[in-house]
Design a protein around this ligand. Structure first.
Ligand code: NAP
Length: 429
């Protein structure tokens, strides 16, 4: 590439302005690595007249016309930081089609349309780099694509959403309920006014689909991924988990089980001495288990202008210094095969159950009998009495059992006359 690299920046919000700040602040350092300048030539926004806290660098052209980026022969790399899957999809496809390299932080776009966009990038022999799309500033994409490329990945567990992690940390550390912790996250700017994507696990699911692509070289359709969020987690379960020595975290997990892929996003109990259990506040972490390297833990800031901008610029620098075909997915195939997915009903985990039952003799024995009939073996029990004496929580931890048996046991227990409220259930990892 030429000694001055021209970027077309689509989006000048949190991440776009972070990219501009780093380019300004670290200009000389970056020039030392690339041997030239990186210039933001054009910035695409929705509204060019909008007042902005930070303005694009002097000499930058501000536009609201997306084609200004892909039709400009001087622009080498289009950096997509708009978000969404509509205008962003058109911009990325048109830019690749016009022979531009593309860098994006957009996990929703790549989780939903990655198969088509990576195929287009491969056909055009252009880069479609996306380090910032998973876990913000943490270099997990490069780790899977390059540093761990010789490994078969046995298992990966990630805390992939800072907002959900902040809420669960507040609930755990300050004894708040979900609504109060969410309100605090919104007050601090960690959660959007509409927090659905973060608290219902959708954002973590987008990221997990991208990690599966890199770690296993296959396409796992977003629509097939089992996803459960954190909005129904009760303070009571956080407290019971703590009594047993666990913390509840929203995790994205994928494992290779007899050559098949078993994956999901769900709240889980993690032993409190695990490093992942100690990832607090709005931080992210990913633990990767390779068959040669063993466990590798990556930890850091999963969002924010500068951490995410750092990942975006890592991709830009990487594309500038590449002198061969860009390495978008880490695999030679132009189109990755569909994942061979294990039926989620067959997934085996240890489990946490909280039953709400009538406070009378014999109920505990009946619960244990139903569990045994479904081949679920109990490892620990807590039973608490209440002043009212009418209904009590009973908590079981179990050894490994399959989801199918667990669901059948819950259905049977919830139908008993002694059961006073639906059973609460979480996996333990
Ligand atoms: N924020 C983070 O910490 C973070 C972390 C990791 C990944 N990401 C990803 O990075 C991307 C950008 O996030 P962000 O937080 O920086 O978003 P943001 O603050 O909302 O900024 C979005 C920018 O894109 C522009 N834009 C949006 N739709 C447009 C359209 N149709 N045409 C032209 N311009 C458009 C907006 O223009 P106006 O300024 O005129 O409104 C704004 O400048 C998203 O994909 C997000 O998932 C964000």
């Amino acid at each position: 590439m030429a000694s001055t690299i021209n970027l077309g920046l689509a989006g000048f919000g949190t991440v776009g302005s972070g990219v501009a700040s780093i380019l300004e602040e670290n200009k000389d350092w970056i020039a030392r690595r690339t041997g030239g300048d990186i210039r933001i030539k054009t910035v695409l926004v929705r509204d060019t007249a909008k007042p902005r806290k930070q303005t694009p660098p002097p000499g930058t052209r501000l536009t609201a016309e997306p084609s200004d980026l892909w039709t400009d022969p001087d622009i080498d790399i289009v950096v997509e930081l708009m978000g969404g899957t509509g205008a962003a999809r058109t911009l990325v496809a048109e830019s690749l089609g016009a022979g531009k390299h593309v860098v994006t932080a957009n996990k929703a776009l790549l989780a939903e349309h990655g198969q088509e966009l990576f195929a287009l990038a491969a056909e055009k022999e252009r880069g479609l780099y996306h380090e910032a799309s998973v876990a913000g500033g943490i270099p997990v994409i490069a780790a899977l694509k390059e540093s761990l490329a010789a490994n078969r990945i046995e298992k990966m567990v990630g805390i992939l959403n800072g907002t959900a992690n902040f809420i669960l940390s507040e609930m755990t550390d300050k004894g708040q309920d979900f609504a109060a912790a969410l309100a605090r996250a919104q007050e601090l700017g960690y959660a959007e006014a509409d927090p659905t994507f973060d608290v219902e696990g959708v954002d973590a699911a987008h990221k997990l689909v991208l990690l599966i692509r890199l770690a296993y070289g296959c396409h796992y359709p977003l629509s097939s991924l089992p996803v459960t969020g954190i909005s129904s987690i009760a303070a009571e379960d956080i407290d019971f988990a703590a009594e047993f020595g666990y913390r509840i975290k929203l995790v994205g997990q994928v494992r290779s089980v007899s050559g098949r892929i078993e994956a999901g996003v769900f709240p889980a109990l993690l032993p409190e001495h695990y490093m992942l259990a100690n990832v607090s506040s709005n931080f992210n972490a990913v633990r990767v288990q390779g068959n040669a390297v063993g466990p590798v833990m990556l930890y850091g800031q999963g969002a924010g202008a500068l951490p995410t901008g750092s990942a975006v610029l890592a991709d830009v620098l990487s594309l500038i210094s590449y002198d061969r075909r860009p390495n978008n997915t880490g695999y030679q195939e132009l189109v990755l095969p569909d994942a061979d997915i294990l039926d989620p009903e067959l997934a085996g985990f240890n489990h946490y159950f909280r039953f709400t039952v009538a406070d009378r003799p014999g109920v505990l024995a009946q619960l244990a009998r139903i569990m045994a009939e479904h081949n679920i073996s109990i490892s620990q029990v807590i039973q608490k009495g209440e002043a009212s004496g009418r209904r009590v929580p009973v908590v079981f931890l179990t050894h490994q059992a399959r989801t199918r048996e667990v669901n059948a046991a819950i259905t049977e227990i919830d139908a008993q006359e002694f059961t006073a409220a639906p059973t609460v259930h979480y996996r333990i990892i």
